[in-house]
Design a protein around this ligand. Structure first.
Ligand SMILES: [Zn+2]
Length: 318
């Protein structure tokens, strides 16, 4: 069996997991995240087409690993997603979760969860991702004191399957081969995803996502408006001082600065557009429309820019 994973599916898992385990969060507060894979089988192979983040663990300092508890709402999401997939000839092909900062393996709880997936779908798979493994490219030791293993071009996860579901929760497990599509090489996968992880850390907070994006866009709109106002004031001053001959030159250079500012903002806006796809399923209906509204405000502001610049030029008879 080989599991085929498109780039966007992989990035969804990385984003959803890193959102709750990154440098901005105290390491003791890192949380596990879990979700499901939609796709289909061809022979024994698994073709994943989509990944849905479903939930993250509640913060509980006394919790041991894998104390993730799906709520009724989370199970409901699973049924809705599975239903929707069915109408496209696809289905739930497995599940994934994170082991933030600790070894990639299957705990007893993971075996139990995987058992239910493999019982429903004999070819179901279980992916475990540790962002630290991706960042540091090391495999943690089996036992304390053993050396860590240096990795190269490792995506930070392993995929598992139970050997024999008839053994129930006593079942042993093995790793499964996979291919992550959409990268030129494993090295490129690691380099690009490590960079992506930094963007996620900076622009995909675990809380107040909409408020964060709203503030960012509002600040950018205000900044743009104040720059436009600044140009006008500057040109007024020049005219008053009898330096009208400099108006064209000043307007041109200020326009260049504004275009640069727009281009820089564009990159972040594209990030926001992409990152909203990595929200947990239950967050989407409330957050996505609000984010789209605020993004539309930015688009609207930018679309008026040329008219505003032309109006300024006209005012100073250029
Ligand atoms: Zn686990």
């Amino acid at each position: 069996m080989t599991v085929f994973i498109p780039k966007e599916v992989y990035l969804t898992v990385v984003a959803a997991c890193v959102r709750y385990a990154n440098k901005r969060i105290d390491i003791d507060d890192w949380l596990e995240v879990s979700g499901i894979f939609i796709g289909k089988n061809e022979g024994e192979d698994v073709y994943i087409t989509k990944s849905y983040p479903i939930m993250h663990q509640e913060l509980d300092k006394d919790a041991v690993i894998d104390q993730y508890k799906w709520s009724d709402e989370d199970y409901e999401a699973l049924y809705v997603i599975d239903d929707e997939a069915f109408s496209n000839g696809e289905f739930t092909v497995g599940w994934w979760h994170s082991h933030p900062g600790f070894k990639i393996m299957m705990s007893h709880i993971d075996i139990k969860t995987t058992l239910s997936y493999q019982t429903n779908n004999a070819l179901a798979v279980s992916l475990v991702f540790n962002p630290e493994r991706l960042v540091r490219q090391i495999e943690l030791a089996e036992k304390k004191g053993d050396p860590v293993k240096q990795l190269e071009g490792d995506p930070g996860f392993k995929i598992f399957r139970l050997d024999d579901v008839n053994k129930g929760i006593q079942a042993s497990y093995h790793t499964v081969d996979y291919v992550v599509k959409g990268f030129d090489s494993n090295e490129q996968l690691v380099t690009l995803t490590q960079k992506f992880l930094i963007d996620i850390t900076n622009m995909f907070p675990k809380e107040n996502i909409f408020e964060t994006y709203e503030k960012f866009i509002t600040d950018r709109i205000n900044e743009l408006n104040s720059r436009l106002q600044g140009i006008e004031e500057y040109l007024n001053t020049l005219t008053r001082k009898g330096e009208s001959h400099r108006v064209v030159e000043v307007l041109n250079s200020q326009t260049r600065d504004i275009r640069k500012f727009i281009a820089e903002t564009f990159i972040k806006v594209e990030n926001i557009k992409q990152f909203k796809n990595y929200l947990e399923y239950k967050e989407r209906s409330t957050i996505v429309p609000k984010v789209e509204t605020i993004l539309a405000e930015w688009d609207e502001t930018v679309s008026q820019l040329n008219a505003k610049l032309t109006a300024i030029a006209k005012k100073f008879a250029i």
